[in-house]
Design a protein around this ligand. Structure first.
Ligand SMILES: NC(=O)c1ccc[n+]([C@@H]2O[C@H](COP(=O)([O-])OP(=O)(O)OC[C@H]3O[C@@H](n4cnc5c(N)ncnc54)[C@H](O)[C@@H]3O)[C@@H](O)[C@H]2O)c1
Length: 393
């Protein structure tokens, strides 16, 4: 396998247009935050959004003048693209990813990979039939503390991790913003967004990314409870998902028999994505960003602060298959420094003709347990089996 490493490369050495990945970006909200233009092996060749202000944001961020009014229009007109970064709303991910892969385009998709088990099967089948590469942009995978935990686990530092607590809290109860139709629950044009009454467990990947992203285990069984807040439900009568819950709490069992407590809450006086991993030899407590530091508690010793490196500052990633961050991308970025790593990993994987780290199987392993968890919550906490979507299964 030819492996190109852009760590020390100068832009001049990589100017040949045919050596670059021609990437299109769909979605000018979160999709503006990925620094594609800083990777010397990537050219942002087209951008698109349904809203004009977001098209402008994409054009300005990525310095790309090939702007389209929809992904469909772009795909019909552009035959020279290599890959598409899909940052449309969650319910559109599978439709958009499948459309792109069927047209011979590699895909990186925002989370979650899918929202139904049928779509999980379709995504896997399409990836396998077309042979295109697929990556999910799970930010928890490249949070600096998650990289640290993964490295420690791979070196045997934890021994077995028999229990993990993983959580994603995104408080949406900002009443004035909701009244002004300015919150995430509304699109830029004031129409209802896909986030209104989204079942929390249909968005499980920021929590489960801390499980698959460290031990690579799979969830086999889940039992989940949900809590619904009548005020919130009354605020959003459309309720397209017919969902009665704003917070969901699940207990999960992995294929190694280990336990996971996984929360996704939309209404809570807390914020952010966090994990604690409890191992045979010690436990790692991830800091709540902005508060106290990360902490390691050795089994037979005293807990002490650990200094998690800023991997983005050095460009160093423990996994040698990934190479190093290009010089220009060695800066802090969103969600715990993860954005530059996600972008660089996708481009590197395409250049090196290999599967990316968070490939379709990892993506579905992080996503599908939540789909079953929500079904369990609707059945009052029944313990349910989670089907596998791995290679050859
Ligand atoms: N930490 C994280 O990983 C993280 C954080 C925020 C958002 N996200 C994910 O990123 C995605 C985007 O988030 P957002 O907040 O910007 O969502 P959003 O709903 O505000 O924006 C989606 C954009 O996609 C555009 N779009 C939809 N269909 C299109 C089409 N056919 N052609 C062109 N454009 C189209 C819409 O016009 C819209 O502007 C979501 O799926 C979300 O789940 C992930």
């Amino acid at each position: 396998m030819t492996r190109r490493n852009f760590a020390g490369a100068t832009a001049g050495a990589l100017m040949a247009a045919d050596g670059k990945i021609r990437l299109a970006v769909v979605g000018g909200g979160f999709g503006t935050q990925f620094y594609w233009h800083e990777h010397p092996g990537c050219q942002v060749a087209a951008v698109t959004d349904l809203h004009s202000d977001r098209r402008r944001a994409l054009r300005d961020t990525y310095q790309c003048d090939s702007v389209y009014e929809s992904m469909e229009d772009m795909l019909a007109k552009r035959k020279d693209l290599d890959a598409v970064a899909i940052f449309s709303g969650a319910p559109d991910h599978v439709r958009h990813a499948v459309e792109c892969m069927r047209r011979g385009l590699h895909v990186i998709s925002a989370v979650p990979a899918c929202m139904t088990l049928e779509d999980a099967a379709l995504l896997k089948e399409t990836k396998e039939k077309t042979g295109m590469r697929y990556m999910m942009a799970e930010t928890s995978y490249y949070r600096q503390a998650a990289i640290y935990a993964r490295e420690l686990f791979e070196k045997g530092g934890f021994g077995q991790i028999h229990y993990s607590e993983v959580e994603y809290y995104h408080d949406g109860n900002r009443e004035q913003m909701i009244a002004d139709r300015k919150s995430l629950y509304y699109n830029p044009d004031g129409t209802n967004s896909w986030r209104q009454m989204l079942p929390p467990m249909l968005y499980p990947t920021h929590s489960l990314g801390f499980v698959m992203g460290v031990t690579r285990e799979r969830i086999q069984e889940v039992a989940c409870l949900g809590w619904g807040d009548q005020r919130m439900i009354a605020q959003f009568p459309a309720n397209r998902y017919k969902n009665p819950f704003v917070n969901e709490f699940a207990l999960m069992k992995t294929d190694k028999g280990h336990m996971v407590r996984c929360n996704v809450f939309w209404q809570i006086a807390a914020d952010g994505e966090r994990a604690q991993w409890f191992g045979e030899k010690g436990s790692l407590y991830m800091a709540k960003s902005g508060f106290h530091g990360d902490m390691w508690h050795p089994r037979y010793g005293k807990p002490a602060a650990v200094s998690v490196p800023n991997y983005w500052a050095t460009g160093r990633l423990p996994d040698p298959a990934i190479g190093r961050l290009p010089e220009k991308m060695r800066h802090d970025s969103g969600h715990g420094g993860s954005h530059t790593f996600l972008a660089a990993e996708f481009i590197q994987a395409l250049l090196e003709k290999r599967e990316p780290t968070v490939d379709v199987y990892e993506a579905l392993a992080m996503t599908t347990p939540g789909i079953v968890a929500h079904q369990s919550a609707l059945r009052g906490g029944e313990q349910m089996k989670v089907p596998r979507f791995d290679r050859g299964v």
